[in-house]
Design a protein around this ligand. Sequence first.
Ligand SMILES: Cc1cc2nc3c(=O)[nH]c(=O)nc-3n(C[C@H](O)[C@H](O)[C@H](O)COP(=O)(O)O)c2cc1C
Length: 257
Amino acid sequence: MKKYQVKVNTDKCAGCGLCSRVCVSHNLIISQGKAKIIMDKCIMCGQCSAVCPQKAISINGYGSGQIEKTDEVRLNPLDLLNAIRFRRSIRNFKKTEIPKEVIEQILEAGRFTHTAKNMQDVSYVVLIEKRDAVEKMAVKLFQSVKPIANLFIPMARNLKITDHFFFFNAPAVIVILAKDKTNGILAAQNMEFVAEANGLGVLYSGFFTVAANISHKIRTAICVPKGKKVAMTLVLGYPSVKYLRSTPHKELEVRYM
Ligand SMILES: Cc1cc2nc3c(=O)[nH]c(=O)nc-3n(C[C@H](O)[C@H](O)[C@H](O)COP(=O)(O)O)c2cc1C
């Protein structure tokens, strides 16, 4: 396992105590006017390092540096709400390829998504060349279990497991792997927003996610490491259908107490 270590540069530290205030592990105190780490173990959330005005705290062992925040980042609330209202699951795609920089930006949204206990356990498989071969395996699997599903699930009888049942001919698919499924799903949602902001349409393929998790063959083909499972599968491409309004939703059910 990688060794991460929080370090305080006492030459830079002004003893302001901000790091101690934000430390969820109560692992930082101010002693003799300087920040001091109590134990060499914490969840390495990095908030101490992100809050320090003196850049006196760093964490060893992470591959990438930190990004300086130059402006306040605040989205227009109504724009964001409308993005949520009008996003749709897309199942009709243009053939247009997705530029590599766009895929990378979507992956960056995943990388920066928070994880429980700061596990940072989420990784990704981008299916472009192997897309059809992997989809074929899932199609074969679903076709073999469909007769049984038909017996118990009335809606299954209407489903046709066609050659592109899972990925709808989309130009790219991102399979999200994680130890903790919730972490992967949170990443998926942020990735969807960034994809949409780039003009892409997204489909969450729950069906492929199930297929991959039950099939050793698929997991091997997409190199799922031991201890991880498929948390979600994002099917991505430029939509060839435009929606004109939001979809019907149930009334808000909420109780203020
Ligand atoms: C977790 C999850 C899994 C889903 N899996 C599939 C899927 O395998 N195939 C599919 O066609 N749609 C799938 N969907 C899309 C839902 O059917 C869709 O979100 C829902 O009908 C609402 O439509 P909208 O996304 O356009 O608002 C999935 C959605 C979610 C949230």
